[in-house]
Unconditional design. Structure first.
Length: 76
């Protein structure tokens, strides 16, 4: 079963509580999303480290319940 936008946001906020998150369903199928995630926690981290943190927050759902997620991370 595909993940809904609110579930993706909830998972990210569990790991990155101060995150401001904008999620778009790119295909209208609850399976292909883009996300812009802004957080203070990203300060001093490389883009690779930032993206790894976001993927870790999804608790193994990436590639399973969540097919595609394009991530943009920014410091707040």
């Amino acid at each position: 079963m595909p993940l809904q936008k609110d579930e993706i946001e909830r998972l990210i906020l569990e790991t990155i509580p101060d995150a401001h998150i904008e999620i778009k369903d790119l295909m209208g199928d609850n399976n292909h999303y883009s996300a812009i995630i802004k957080s203070e926690i990203f300060k001093g981290m490389s883009k690779v480290e930032q993206h790894k943190l976001v993927y870790k927050s999804l608790k193994g759902k990436m590639g399973n319940e969540l097919h595609a997620l394009s991530i943009t991370t920014k410091e707040r």
